[in-house]
Design a binder for this molecule. Sequence first.
Ligand code: ADP
Ligand code: MG
Length: 482
Amino acid sequence: MTYTIEGKTGAWEIVVGLEVHAQVISHSKLFSGASASYGGEPNTHVSLVDAGFPGMLPVLNQECVAQAIRTGLGLRARINLESRFDRKNYFYADLPTGYQISQFTHPIVGEGTVEIELADGTVRHIGITRLHMEQDAGKSMHDQDPARSFIDLNRAGVALMEIVSEPDIRCPEEAGAYLRKLRQILRYLGTCDGNMEEGSMRADVNVSVRKAGEPFRTRCEIKNVNSIRYVMHAIEVEATRQIEVWEDGGEVDQETRLFDPSRNETRSLRSKEDAHDYRYFPDPDLLPLVVEQEWVDELERALPELPDDKRDRFIKEYGIPRYDASVLVAEQAIADYYEEVAKGRDARLAANWVTGDLFGALNRTGRTITDSPISAAALGGMLDLVSDKTINGKIAKEVFEDMLETGDSAAAIVERKGLKQVTDTGAIDAAVADVMARNADKVEEYRGGKDRLFGFFVGQVMKAMAGKANPAMVNEALKKVL
Ligand code: ADP
Ligand code: MG
């Protein structure tokens, strides 16, 4: 179903294209040997190249190129064996060279695609237009002194990948799903940590609106939105604003805007008329970048299994529902944990325990899978006790809670608390007889046709046996005598 916003003149469709800046994971910067690590005292990760000293020459960091190629491969995109670096000229205090080295006409990665899945199960493919490499700028600090601003060049020259999508996104939910998927792929690949709070992934959001079937209308670009939730809000708010402009007989100007989450509005930053003319030209300090197909193939062979492939394998290999598989591949560490639990065991049961009880416990205790109080081996050990009928499903919940609290193994807990399932037919038959004797009236009613009382008897017998009876055997025994 198409997502639309209802205006005075009918339904409007939203059109969105995203430009995502993703900071490359690398030891050093794109064109210098200075550290690319986050934080640090201001101006301690700066080489003369980053500071734009006269006569300094950029030297391309091969690892950053490899990261861009890996990302391109992860986006199922075309790798351009020849690409170029251009100068994007503008003056700003945090840009000491007066230009940013970027890739304008010849990016390293061309068209690709990202598969997204919506809450209702719809699968869509969002086109990738390109990915290019560029340098980050420094940071102006206006809050250190009442009269002066300072510049921190630690970020200056750090490698970024700009990943541009086609205008294929049609609603806030799709934008959110796209960004989550992109972040997931980058994390799997180890090419960007996807941490939006630290600014290592940020999005420029292009929004326009149109009536169904129309060609695209003018878009506005909302700059530097730094959380997925804000991207989704910004789209909604900006689309609503544009609809009002069109419906009031006005015209949407192509402009750059800012999203203000505290007021839930976008504000104009600059119009097309005062858009920068960057006077791009090929950087004369850098040769065209030529990579060998063999190297690309080598990088491709070394790629980890990507989330979509892993999900499909989980469905096939473990026979679990698609939804569970998607949840379990959300992060590499979760997928690894699940596989360790599932290997050689009832994989569906394992999926239920991991996505249900374990995730619940992690949420409650504010932990992540990597510092889970119950290891995969320990959870697997507990599932073994369920499978070999040492404990039943209900007791398993109790054992799990105890494991969380004490860190003991399931076997030790079962031993300590005497939770072993009772499979002795004599004991079960005795409990059944006792329950029937104490509830003669109900037995009467049951035999008179009140079938749903059966559950009551099961409950009473289980209670009499402190929950430890084998439920299937209790059912059997009851059926026999009732
Ligand atoms: P620029 O280089 O000026 O930023 P691009 O053509 O590269 O322009 O487009 C930038 C982004 O805008 C892309 O993500 C693209 O998908 C998106 N976009 C282009 N046209 C529209 C439109 N009419 N509505 C929404 N987004 C659009
Ligand atoms: Mg742009």
